[in-house]
Design a protein around this ligand. Sequence first.
Ligand code: NAP
Ligand code: GDD
Length: 325
Amino acid sequence: MGQIKKALITGITGQDGSYLAEFLIKKNYQVYGIVRRVALEDETHRLWRIKHLLKKIKLSSASLESYASIVKIIQKIKPNEVYHLGAQSYVSYSFEDEFSTLNTNINGTHYLLSAIKEFSPKTKFYFAGSSEMFGKVYKKKQNETTRFYPRSSYGISKVAGFELTRNYREAYNLFACTGILFNHESPRRGFEFVTRKISSAVAKIKLGKQKNLYLGNINAKRDWGHARDYVKAMWLMLQQKKPSDFVVGTGEMHSVKEFLNLAFSIVGLNYKKFIKIDKNLYRPSEVDTLRADYTKAKKILKWKPSINFKGLVKEMVLEDLKRFK
Ligand code: NAP
Ligand code: GDD
């Protein structure tokens, strides 16, 4: 029997981190996670997505803003694989605080790559890139060769992370990959993102606990998949012979309006009666459409999504109905 593989996940308390940890535990990895110090002091609130896994994983507090603390962790664990998911991930917030978004997202990625290069060069590295890098899209469907045109400091930070990852691969021969992941959701999605804002509101409205739902641009269109499918693609990227970058999505695009319509119809309600448009929720520069061409992932990783739009919306609404009852 081979040695047990060690995987280190940054952002393990987030949506993707929790699904990825579950996935890797099933694959018999020893999973390590980096969390913020406050998370260890307030498990109930900050570790809710991984509380069922706490006995099976090893958590350390470290700061993505400190090179020294990243170096310590990399030296101590010498992981076989690092999944760098930790980031300020909320696009709207990046307009309010560009500085911390750029600092955390760019420096965190740079520190990890540099620490791996110096102290554990055999470690394989996954960077959580984003379809937000395509922003104001150049092509109807976006793939690995489509030009980037980010529309927020969040998008810019992900382009920088992508370029750093590519450069460390080419200059220092690291096994470093970027997954350019399109939007992926689940019942573990943060409440500020539009899909969860809708599914939680649908449940609360149905249960008589909320009256209206305030939204911004409901004409925006996204390629929405399920997070459980997408963490598998992350792992597959690090199991290939050669490191490379991959677009991961469903190839289908739906508007926020379509999401609303379907989510409300699941509980027998018409969204038009509850929705209020709040112009303050519009973004200074919007990404209007995103749609993946994931041909490369399909061909090389043999990956494809297993949960469709309808299945995703249904799961989110039904889970929120249970949660808010
Ligand atoms: P998420 O639920 O918002 O999780 C973000 C994680 O990053 C959390 O664990 C959070 O820790 C951590 N984090 C945030 N700021 C930090 C900081 N300053 N220092 C240390 N940790 C920090 O995001 P997600 O949906 O799982 O996404 C995972 C990654 O994929 C992110 O990098 C995101 O940008 C990227 N991505 C997501 C999508 C998507 O549709 N979900 C698509 C493309 C790319 P706390 O719990 O302590 O806040
Ligand atoms: N959050 C939010 N809240 N979005 C709204 C609202 C609202 O009240 N009303 C309309 N929208 C629109 C936004 O303007 C955007 O066009 C769309 O809904 C999706 O917004 P989010 O769910 O916040 O996600 P996002 O697409 O901006 O970013 C997510 O996906 C990226 C991948 O493309 C995040 O997970 C990013 O971290 C990720 O990189």
